[in-house]
Design a protein around this ligand. Structure first.
Ligand code: NSP
Length: 254
């Protein structure tokens, strides 16, 4: 995937930006307005180590224990997307993906992977939350409570599109250990690509009709989610923060 498919300078006016952009999609405006943080997420060394099957067991366990708590709030957010989408056709993919997340990721992968990594029952049910997990859950809860469909889409789109970004950089052969291999497979392949295309398509459909204030709100949420993805991988890698990702993704509400 090209990380920068347009050459024109980014502008905080979507209308100004799209007039010259090679890809004028609203989702591309959000993504490119979240650089350099976006690229730092999809090329993060922790994600790369998963694709190569090289993540130390302890790091993978810490990551998945925290991510299981992420997935809980994420699943609730999918429910809010079902509730807030503006048509039946749009609700259905959320319902389908919600079912898959609840039955595939939650029921099988996390339980098998965490058992293989020696996690305890308490790690699954009541772990101590890392600060970034608390903050990410808070953003998802804020979006869920807003029942503002474009805002909900912004958070879901960052989570899924950025994961497709790093997973699609995986090279052959796949990791031998299922803990690494299946985590890559869950975020790659035709079905996951179609899901990300749907999320982007919804933002692309709705974004142009939003007024400037609403677009700025969606952009702010998108950037905050990118910043949290970066912090999440930093946490997983043992707390080593990535170099500052620039003013675009400071995490501060703008
Ligand atoms: C932190 C995080 N971001 C995104 C994903 C992809 N569902 C995830 N599992 N965890």
């Amino acid at each position: 995937m090209s990380q920068d498919s347009r050459q024109v300078p980014w502008s905080d006016s979507y209308d100004e930006w799209r007039a010259d952009a090679a890809d004028p999609a609203f989702s591309e405006w959000l993504r490119s307005g979240s650089e350099p943080g976006w690229t730092a997420v999809v090329t993060h060394p922790f994600a790369a180590s998963i694709t190569r099957g090289l993540t130390p067991r302890e790091d993978m366990r810490r990551y998945l224990v925290q991510d299981f708590q992420f997935v809980d709030a994420f699943t609730a957010l999918l429910g809010a997307a079902v509730a807030s989408a503006d048509s039946f056709e749009s609700r259905v993919p959320f319902g389908r993906f919600l079912g898959e997340t609840a039955t595939t990721e939650e029921k099988t992968y996390f339980h098998r992977a965490l058992a293989a990594l020696g996690a305890s029952e308490a790690d699954l049910t009541a772990p101590a939350l890392e600060p970034v997990t608390v903050d990410f859950r808070a953003l998802m809860d804020e979006a869920r409570r807003s029942l503002d469909y474009p805002v909900i889409l912004a958070v879901l789109c960052v989570a899924e599109w950025s994961y497709l970004g790093w997973a699609s950089l995986a090279e052959e052969p796949p990791p031998g250990d299922f803990v690494h291999r299946e985590w890559v497979e869950l975020h790659e392949g035709p079905a996951f690509r179609a899901w990300v295309a749907f999320l982007r398509g919804e933002l692309d459909r709705l974004g142009p009709a939003l007024d400037a204030r609403e677009r700025a709100r969606v952009l702010d949420v998108f950037r905050r989610a990118v910043r949290l993805e970066l912090r999440f991988f930093d946490m997983a890698a043992g707390g080593q923060a990535s170099p500052p990702a620039g003013p675009d993704v400071s995490g501060a509400p703008s």
